[in-house]
Design a binder for this molecule. Structure first.
Ligand code: FES
Length: 118
């Protein structure tokens, strides 16, 4: 049995209001990461799936940003209400959610390439 099946890294970086790149955790509450932890617990997915806070993942323009390893799935614009479907559809179901994914061609462009559908 693997030690982990998925690690969900949730950007909890906070920057001052008005920063040109924005940030994923503007109120400092880490609400998104806490929501992942709670939803994983509800589904009894620990310890194989973990949700960890991360610093800036450098995809700020697409934030709030989440990356799932080892699947290497990047999600952007993640809202609290998206958390249950990320767990159910991606973590459990193995499917990428089209309206949340940050496509490879968008990564590391500092927002120069728009996410499809946004
Ligand atoms: S502040 Fe979240 S990716 Fe940079």
């Amino acid at each position: 049995m693997p030690a982990f099946t998925s690690h969900i890294f949730v950007c909890c970086n906070t920057r001052e209001p008005g920063h040109s790149r924005g940030c994923c955790n503007p109120d400092g509450s880490e609400a998104l990461r806490n929501c992942f932890v709670a939803e994983l617990k509800k589904r009894n997915l620990g310890p194989l799936v973990r949700a960890n806070r991360s610093g800036c993942l450098d995809q700020c323009e697409y934030g709030p940003t989440v990356v799932i390893y080892p699947q290497q799935i990047w999600y952007g614009g993640v809202r609290l209400e998206d958390v249950p479907r990320i767990i159910d559809e991606t973590i459990i179901g193995g499917r990428v959610i089209a309206d949340l994914v940050i496509a490879d061609q968008c990564l590391n462009t500092k927002g120069q390439v728009r996410r499809p559908g946004t």
